[in-house]
Design a protein. Structure first.
Lengths: 230, 230
DNA sequence: CCTTGTTAGATTGTCGACAATCTGGTTGTG
DNA sequence: CACAACCAGATTGTCGACAATCTAACAAGG
């Protein structure tokens, strides 16, 4: 049968592309915390007028990775240890909820997708591609939120993810250390495949395979440090 | 001493005022679900150009009460029973978390504020002011999120609150029934003042004094019903 | 020396006009 | 009648220019 399920076509507005560009620049650390976004300069660089750029910036402000002060400018959010702790602690709660909601909905497609994403992380790890490693790890952890069949939860988690990705990128960028070779997501995946939901939730609450403790310790270091623009 | 701590002055940009106006119009039900927002018409009514209006609309899109389709328009979100259920279930999780975080931070100022907001609800109830009753009830429940000392949690909760307020307004508007005279928040306040945190959390999870069950039943009624604009 | 008033430059906020796109009706054709 | 191509109107997306506001440097006065 001619049954092909098409995905929605791409948003063909400049605004959407600008949002994607800016978000990527921030989440990869090209735009550092506290840095000011000069509208005229950016609009000229992108060959775009200020109108769609400003609209894009409003979106990112609401997304929580930019902050705006009227007549002063729009800046990349500052990162404090408390911010990271706030995001992290809430993230754990959402994880527990997502696991609970996803649990009964797990099927073969879920397990397949879980393996696929897990494999993507392992591949990025082998290639020593730290940026992609962060990205894939977050995608792996995002599966339960996508599967939970709760659009508001997914929305909320994606908002947190933006920040998480930014934090990890900063951390990685500053340390630039060798990535862990072992597979730290092994337990997480195994528990999600198992039959003990409580165990999976406990794992999400207590043991984190996204290495937050180190991230926190690091963040306490650059507290109050002046952020120099690029 | 001349020590007066000033709060930041109000945002004096048109954009901010437009956001407030539009939000109020949506949350009070003046703009119904599915309704299209004609930029030219609204900008003329507000005596404002389309630029700040469009920026304001981007904010509300990210806030989750508007939805935008490129080259087609921006619309007030549709309300389905599932949406309400999604918001409601996530809200309960956030409540539990907020109670946990707030618990150790409770002090006299907290209890005073709790009483103050509780009193505001009772007053609105006495005056049969249903709109204000919704508003004050949500403010009462918001205290634990404000007190939890987690800016991300507060952000998230406020986003959900926008929707909750909209749902309740629709419900109230359609039914237009007499408001309950009894004080349904009595237990909630009492538990928050007590010493048993688990009991307070259980109450948040199991018994809801914001009457969601009825709201849900109602929402299932206008599923798929065409929304006529004003 | 410190404070206050002024001013020039840069940047953000807002405006009105034009371009791109969608919608619905109309027309022509089989 | 069914259907596709086309066209006119309305609406959204984008642009360049102007107005409002902020910042920092400088001068004047105590």
């Amino acid at each position: 049968m001619g049954k092909a399920d098409f995905s929605p076509i791409a948003d063909t507005t400049r605004r959407a592309e600008i949002v994607a560009l800016l978000r990527r620049a921030i989440l990869t650390g090209q735009l550092g915390p506290g840095q000011k976004l000069n509208e005229l300069r950016i609009s000229e660089q992108m060959r775009v007028s200020r109108a769609p750029l400003r609209e894009a910036m409003r979106e990112l402000v609401q997304e929580g990775i930019l902050t705006s002060i009227p007549y002063a400018g729009t800046f990349v959010i500052e990162v404090t240890a408390k911010d990271i702790d706030d995001v992290y602690s809430l993230n754990k709660v959402l994880d527990e909820f997502a696991i609970e909601r996803t649990w009964k909905l797990r099927d073969q497609r879920f397990f397949d997708e879980l393996d696929r994403r897990h494999e993507a992380v392992k591949q990025a790890t082998r290639h020593r591609d730290t940026t992609r490693q962060i990205e894939t790890a977050l995608q792996l952890h995002g599966l339960i939120h996508e599967w939970a069949d709760n659009s508001v939860l997914l929305d909320t988690w994606q908002r947190l993810t933006s920040r998480l990705q930014m934090y990890f990128a900063l951390h990685q960028q500053a340390r630039n250390q060798a990535v862990p070779a072992e597979d730290i997501h092994e337990t997480y995946v195994r528990l999600l495949k198992g039959t003990d939901m409580r165990a999976a939730q406990r794992h999400a609450r207590e043991h984190t395979d996204l290495d937050f403790e180190e991230l926190l310790a690091y963040a306490r270091g650059f507290e109050q440090r002046p952020s120099n623009g690029a």
